[in-house]
Write a new protein. Sequence first.
Length: 346
Amino acid sequence: MIAESNVPLQPYNSFGIVAKAHTLVRVAGEADARAVALDPALSAQPKFVLGGGSNLVLTGDVKPLVLKVEVRGLRLVDESARGWVVEAGAGETWHDVVAWTIANGYPGLENLALIPGTVGGAPVQNIGAYGVELQDRFESLDAVHLDTGECFTLSAAQCAFGYRDSVFKREAVRPGDFGLAGRALITRVRFLLPKPWKAELGYADLERRVLETGITRPTPQQVFDWVCAIRSAKLPDPRVIGNAGSFFKNPTVTPDQCADIIAREPKVVHYPMLDGNIKLAAGWLIDACGWKGKSVGQAGVYEKQALVLVNRGGATGGEVMTLAKAIQTSVYERFGIRLEPEPVVV
């Protein structure tokens, strides 16, 4: 374990915001994470776990100790009548893992293709796209408690997954609370990819592909290719235009609230949920407020998808958050809906 000082973080956040870590430790395995927890000089410091930096807005230099997760490894650990269990190191690039599973005949993650970030960030955020969430394919994970250096394993139930939420985003406010925000570092994640495989096509963009191609029973590779094409057409490549993907969560409302909005805005995009509530498309709400293509300083709203904020070149975290707050105000004033940002703001 080596602690580095004044490390530039621009290469490690997909927004491309210029900032530095006062101190950074690269974590290649459990031993490195345990060494941090057991080191008297480092253990007492506040800590920030950094994966791919794809869900992050830096508003200045990072004073907490930055733990850069670089745990590698990818393997099939079990196969049964239920499905395949695949394990990936938390530092692996998420899309590369999805591509590897498809190429090796372990389908199930194809709807989550091309989501930026690393494997370790996937359960933290409970990533989801095109009708599938991580919790639908999750088996277990390994992590290290940063207070004690203890290694532990969590099941799906223990991760307490919610919409873009998990126990890793929750604070332990009172003694006995099981909140792991800032207190745990994920090292490995295992996925259960069920047998028999079934294409998940119950999403408008994928249904449109079925109609366009006439392929009613696509292969996993075809679904993977469709998802990659759909995302590439809508979302900017962070390697070309700095961004953090979808910036706001899709808000949920009651049927009565939705009916009230539809009475005023008949074209509002909405989806019924299993719990009876209605999910609204945050991108549609933002677009309806006229924000698509607008900018604050060098931070802007992507021209092809209003849900994505972008770095037009040299944007600061302050500009990104000023733009985000202006959008929140507009949407609230017009629709009475409070949009919640997805990225972590540091």
